[in-house]
Design a protein around this ligand. Structure first.
Ligand code: 5GP
Ligand code: MN
Length: 339
């Protein structure tokens, strides 16, 4: 695990800049973010892909592992034309850059390529980052991976423009919960100010990214929230609230999987529970688990113990069996990871 308080080690920024400057304009550069990408993964990756294009690199591709499903809100991000399905990624690029990926398992079938590349630059902010990559720009204190992507952009001498700024802003707004989470520091607001100064429109972006959904998605969310369970005695009496959603729920409402990623917001708002959880079906007997804590439990350590990862107060892992099996495991582990 990356130690709290430790930003990138001395020399890592200079090494990253030197590695990029050493490339020729037609060298192949592959950018990769995590499976089931969110706003920070896509925003930090596409913003930096655009910065590389501004530097004159002509062969720049971005991708993520697994099904090529781009969550609706992100389909119009600047730089989206640089995004290709996993199978169209460069087979042997000169440089790989990895964004928002806590562990190699989150790279799916692209992990081998990331390791085999002559240079692999890792930009990440997960406390649970496992330490892979040749050049590591990893800072668990950073509010979003885009904080690191913007710093590298600046150190390369690429000025922020509206397109790059929109990508980094979406990433920053996503991972700070629209500038409400604990990591929302003075530096975060200063970065937001620099991004907004390019002329991007935060109101339009917020409406498009966070406040727009299909009627069917709204009905689906209503149904899934309606079956939430509150367990006041869990987590040493601090409380657990959880719900689950199946592939059949998605099908009944005609919705894509990413719609379920918004569920954790209302679930974590429950006053009677410190810990919240959404168990989302991804296959037969396979569930993607989102965990949040208000401070009583280190959910990152809990998730790591189940092969997942994340941050102290927001983490996830893949669970198996029925939803009740996943809930049983988490309920039992909560006591072990109380702060
Ligand atoms: P979310 O619940 O929003 O999907 O994820 C919360 C946090 O946990 C994010 O930082 C995400 O990257 C991380 N996370 C979620 N699922 C997994 C997982 O299966 N493995 C790892 N390593 N991290 C995860
Ligand atoms: Mn992130």
């Amino acid at each position: 695990m990356t130690q709290p308080g430790s930003g990138p080690a001395a020399g890592q920024w200079d090494a990253a800049v030197a590695a990029i400057r050493a490339l020729g304009g037609t060298d192949e550069i592959q950018l990769i973010c995590h499976v089931n990408p969110d706003g920070d993964a896509l925003g930090s990756m596409l913003g930096f892909a655009l910065a590389l294009r501004r530097l004159g690199f002509t062969r720049v591709r971005a991708t993520f592992p697994g099904a090529f499903l781009i969550p609706g809100p992100y389909t119009e991000l600047p730089g989206i034309d640089l995004l290709v399905p996993e199978e169209d990624a460069f087979p042997a690029p000169a440089l790989v850059l990895v964004f928002d990926v806590a562990s190699e398992s989150r790279l799916g079938g692209l992990a081998a390529r990331a390791v085999a590349a002559p240079v692999g630059i890792v930009l990440d902010h997960h406390a649970s980052n496992t330490g892979f990559g040749t050049i590591r720009l990893v800072d668990p204190q950073a509010a979003a991976t885009s904080v690191l992507a913007e710093e590298l952009t600046r150190r390369l001498g690429v000025p922020l423009d509206r397109e790059i700024a929109e990508c980094f802003y979406v990433a920053l707004a996503t991972d700070t919960g629209s500038f409400t989470f604990d990591m929302t520091t003075v530096a975060v607001h200063e970065l937001a100010a620099r991004l907004i100064a390019t002329g991007i429109r935060p109101g339009d972006i917020s409406r498009r990214i966070f406040d727009t959904r299909a009627f069917g998605a709204m009905k689906l969310v209503g149904e899934v929230l309606g079956r939430a369970v509150l367990e006041p005695s869990a987590a040493g009496g601090l409380g657990l609230v959880w719900t689950y959603a199946t592939l059949a729920d998605l099908e009944r409402h005609g919705q894509p999987p990413y719609v379920l990623d918004t569920l954790i917001g209302p679930v974590r708002s429950v006053a009677e529970a410190d810990v919240s959880m959404v168990v989302k079906q991804v296959g037969a007997g396979e569930w993607s688990v989102s965990l949040r804590s208000k401070g009583a439990v280190d959910v990152s350590r809990l998730a790591v113990s189940q092969g997942g990862g994340g941050h102290r107060l927001a983490a996830g892992f893949t669970g198996f069996g029925e939803p009740s099996d996943v809930v049983d495991i988490v309920r039992r582990l909560l006591g072990e990871f109380l702060n």
